[in-house]
Design a protein around this ligand. Structure first.
Ligand SMILES: *[C@@H]1O[C@H](CO)[C@@H](O)[C@H](O)[C@H]1NC(C)=O
Ligand SMILES: *[C@@H]1O[C@H](CO)[C@@H](O)[C@H](O)[C@H]1NC(C)=O
Ligand SMILES: *[C@@H]1O[C@H](CO)[C@@H](O)[C@H](O)[C@H]1NC(C)=O
Ligand SMILES: *[C@@H]1O[C@H](CO)[C@@H](O)[C@H](O)[C@H]1NC(C)=O
Ligand SMILES: *[C@@H]1O[C@H](CO)[C@@H](O)[C@H](O)[C@H]1NC(C)=O
Ligand SMILES: *[C@@H]1O[C@H](CO)[C@@H](O)[C@H](O)[C@H]1NC(C)=O
Ligand SMILES: *[C@@H]1O[C@H](CO)[C@@H](O)[C@H](O)[C@H]1NC(C)=O
Ligand SMILES: *[C@@H]1O[C@H](CO)[C@@H](O)[C@H](O)[C@H]1NC(C)=O
Ligand SMILES: *[C@@H]1O[C@H](CO)[C@@H](O)[C@H](O)[C@H]1NC(C)=O
Ligand SMILES: *[C@@H]1O[C@H](CO)[C@@H](O)[C@H](O)[C@H]1NC(C)=O
Length: 721
């Protein structure tokens, strides 16, 4: 039992109960029945009962309500595909749209077996419209389009009643353009219609279909044809021809030929065309080589030509001899238009015009001035020619050759100078020189011929050569004398240079110079020459440029005596002193200290002291010898100190004896010896008066005689020869 049935059952039970309750109170049941109830006999016969009429439900008395049969559902009560319609007390059924009752009535009550059957709408022709296909469905139908048709305003499957869709015949429209093809014909544009294509101009069919078909989807299918472009490739090449071509090789393209330089277009067409067959038409241009022929002549010229007259060939013109290039180019070239381009050479006859003017010269000329004409120049009388070329020729450049000639005035009688000769001369200059044995004394040695032809004589004077210094001699080893040989009362300057040297003293060098300026004929000059020296004396007469030399060896002087003060000593070892001045002869000088025992008369020869010893050999002796160059100016010497001095033993003096100490100064060079003696001291015994005050003043005396007389010592000084 479903829900609905249960509800109905409940209502029924309630109604029955009510009727039973009211029954006991009201007996005339029928009067209480609801208008839409019937008063029926109870089935058991026990009275009447109000029953709601068919189609009503209720208690039969207070209410009888219409029963809604449809409430339980149309398909339950009316069957499938129905609608249920309730009526007061009843109901009826209708079929849903697309169905029809099987009793072919409009409505039905299903109790007679009537049911709803599907209507096949597709039986109605033209339901879906033209070009469509109808499909029956349960309760409905749908439409679709036949091939070649397409739905408009609706979906693929449509219901024309619902969405106004319809089938429209397919139309592909005009076919789109196809690459490299052209549309030839199209009759219809509907499904299955055909459009015919052809390869476009310049293209050739290779494969595929030329036609295009309108497809069911409204699009053109095809064409599948492959059309290839027609190309002629590279145009042919022709001899001596170039081409003007834009590179296009499609049919209709052209190439234009032209003849190359040096060739000309003699005949034929210069154009070739690319045909639809894909090849170039044969060009028939004919190019012939340009020929300029024989070159033109240029007056007064010859041409150098190799007989070739093609383009670029050259001819060179050269002016004939006697003509020169008066301007313009001398080359002509064969041009592409078959002409020699104009050579502008202009050959002019050479004309040197008048020859140059030379002062004092005559022109020897025949008056012509063409190439090779000659002109000579000759100096007028009184003039002589100078230069290297006295003629000129008219040259190719239209100029007279350079001349090198001029005319100089002749200088007649040549000047003669006394005692002179001519060293060099040309026409205008003369150089003189004194002959041997003479020399020039002032004046110019040049004689010049002036423009008037007169010699301007040289002022040179030649005088006999004599030495300017004559009779040169030295007097007193000191003074120079000479005779001056001069030619005029001129002052001469003399340079006197003297150089002294000594073999024994290498460090010695005495060079001095003196000037003498004098007009005198006899000259003397005294020089400060040092002793024992070799002098070379040179005298130069400066202006006479004469030099002469004289040599002199100076002699040895007596050595100067040192300053001593005579003293007497009691001691046997007296210390003696002396003072001396330095001398240039120190290197060859020495001191000898003599000891002379006093016994009787002594004679001491200073120049040769040894001579004394002949008489008394043991008495006198040298106790010391000292080289002067080793001592200073102050000398202190102790007699008898027992030491060696210069190889001599300084013997101690004997006590009680009397001695004289004599100092001998010796200068010696080679065989020359000079000496000076000084009594230096007296040593010993009894003191006697000795007058010695004069001793130091007589140093140059060579011999000392000491005489002891009665206890007095007398000393003499002799001068030795
Ligand atoms: C009885 O039924 C009829 C028709 O079926 C209806 O017209 C009428 O009103 C009903 N009377 C009452 C009191 O329900
Ligand atoms: C008609 O009834 C059948 C059976 O109940 C059902 O299958 C079908 O769908 C119904 N058609 C429509 C349109 O309701
Ligand atoms: C297509 O057309 C070309 C001319 O464009 C023709 O030569 C060719 O034979 C055609 N091909 C077919 C298959 O008809
Ligand atoms: C080709 O020939 C024509 C006539 O013959 C001429 O006018 C034209 O200049 C030529 N073209 C060339 C490139 O030579
Ligand atoms: C040019 O031709 C002439 C005549 O034909 C001949 O005499 C001459 O030698 C030729 N010159 C050259 C350079 O070939
Ligand atoms: C032609 O002229 C040039 C320069 O102007 C010159 O150098 C050459 O020598 C000339 N040739 C002849 C053959 O005269
Ligand atoms: C030119 O000079 C030459 C020598 O240099 C000489 O022989 C000739 O006579 C001179 N001519 C004249 C015209 O002076
Ligand atoms: C002579 O020589 C002098 C000097 O060199 C010179 O100036 C002069 O021109 C010459 N004269 C002649 C006639 O050669
Ligand atoms: C001529 O004198 C000049 C200047 O006085 C001198 O230089 C030249 O040597 C002299 N010539 C001769 C040949 O003595
Ligand atoms: C001087 O010269 C002569 C000769 O050359 C030489 O023997 C002597 O020693 C020289 N005298 C001096 C002091 O040089």
């Amino acid at each position: 039992m479903d829900e609905t049935n249960r509800a109905v059952m409940v209502v029924f039970l309630l109604c029955t109960t009510a009727a039973v309750l009211t029954y006991g109170q009201i007996l005339d049941v029928c009067t209480t029945c609801h208008p839409n109830a019937t008063c029926d006999n109870k089935p058991d016969g026990s009275g009447k009962v109000c029953n709601c009429k068919f189609g009503f439900v209720g208690n039969g008395r207070t209410y009888c309500q219409d029963k809604d049969e449809c409430q339980i559902g149309a398909s339950e009560i009316c069957g499938p595909n129905t609608t249920c319609h309730n009526t007061h007390g009843s109901y009826f059924c209708r079929c849903l749209s697309g169905y029809r009752p099987s009793n072919n009535m409009e409505v039905f009550i299903p109790n007679d077996g009537t049911h709803c059957r599907d209507i096949n709408e597709c039986k109605i022709t033209g339901l879906c419209g033209p070009g469509s296909l109808c499909r029956n469905l349960m309760g409905s139908f749908d439409c679709s389009c036949q091939v070649g048709y397409q739905v408009h305003n609706g979906p693929e499957r449509f219901n024309p009643n619902i969405n106004k869709a319809y089938c429209k015949e397919v139309d592909c429209g005009l076919p789109a353009s196809v690459e490299n093809m052209v549309l030839m014909e199209v009759r219809q544009t509907t499904y299955r219609s055909e459009a015919m294509f052809e390869c476009a101009e310049g293209f050739v069919w290779r494969s595929g279909d030329n036609s295009s078909v309108c497809g069911a989807d409204g699009r053109w299918i095809g064409p599948t044809a492959v059309c290839e472009e027609i190309l002629c490739g590279d145009p042919p090449t022709l001899p001596h021809a170039g081409k003007v071509w834009n590179g296009a090789s499609t049919p209709g393209s052209t190439v234009t030929y032209f003849c190359k330089t040096g060739f000309y277009h003699s005949q034929g067409s210069n154009i070739s065309l690319c045909t639809v067959q894909g090849h170039w038409t044969d060009p028939d241009i004919s190019c012939k080589e340009v020929d300029c022929g024989v070159p033109p002549l240029i007056p007064n010229s010859i041409m150098q030509w190799d007989n070739i007259s093609t383009v670029g060939s050259q001819v060179v013109y050269q002016c004939l001899s006697g003509y020169h290039n008066g301007g313009g180019g001398n080359v002509s070239v064969c041009t592409a238009d078959g002409e020699w381009d104009e050579a502008s050479l202009h050959c002019e006859e050479i004309n040197c015009q008048r020859p140059a003017f030379i002062p004092h010269a005559e022109v020897l000329w025949d008056g012509t001035s063409h190439l090779g004409s000659v002109v000579h120049y000759r100096c007028e009388d009184g003039y002589y020619p100078r230069g290297l070329r006295n003629h000129s020729k008219c040259g190719e450049n239209g100029q007279w050759e350079d001349i090198d000639v001029w005319c100089e005035a002749k200088c007649a009688s040549v000047p003669v100078l006394e005692n002179a000769e001519v060293v060099w001369q040309n026409g205008s200059v003369m150089i003189h020189r004194c002959v041997d044995g003479y020399h020039s004394w002032r004046g110019s040695n040049l004689s010049v011929c002036d423009s008037s032809g007169v010699w301007e004589e040289a002022s040179l004077k030649c005088i006999k050569i004599k030495p300017p210094i004559n009779h040169l001699l030295v007097t007193n080893e000191k003074c120079l004398h000479w005779k001056a040989e001069k030619y005029e009362e001129d002052t001469e300057v003399y340079t006197v240079t003297y150089v002294g040297s000594r073999d024994y003293q290498m460090s010695f060098y005495d060079r001095r110079k003196q000037f003498v300026t004098s007009k005198a004929d006899q000259l003397e000059i005294c020089l400060n020459l040092l002793p024992v020296t070799n002098y070379s004396i040179t005298i130069t007469a400066v202006s006479a440029r004469f030099t002469t030399t004289i040599t002199i060896s100076t002699s040895m002087p007596v050595p100067p005596a040192p300053v001593v003060s005579f003293r007497e000593f009691q001691t046997p070892t007296p210390t003696l002193r002396l003072q001396r001045s330095r001398d240039t002869l120190d290197p060859i000088s020495l001191f000898q200290v003599f000891v002379i025992p006093v016994e009787g008369i002594m004679v001491f020869d200073c120049s040769s002291p040894a001579s004394l010893s002949k008489n008394k050999p043991s008495t006198e002796y040298i106790t010391a010898q000292i080289e002067v160059r080793h001592v200073g100016t102050e000398i202190s010497f102790t007699v008898g100190d027992g030491r060696q001095y210069g190889g001599f033993y300084n013997t101690p003096l004997e006590e009680g004896r009397n001695y004289y100490i004599i100092l001998r100064i010796v200068s010696q060079w080679k065989k020359d010896l000079k000496s000076t003696c000084v009594v230096w001291a007296k040593v010993g015994g009894v003191s006697h008066v000795l007058r010695v005050t004069a001793l130091s003043a007589v140093v140059s005396i060579a011999v000392i005689a000491i005489i002891i007389l009665g206890g007095y010592y007398l000393i003499w000084f002799f001068k030795k020869e």
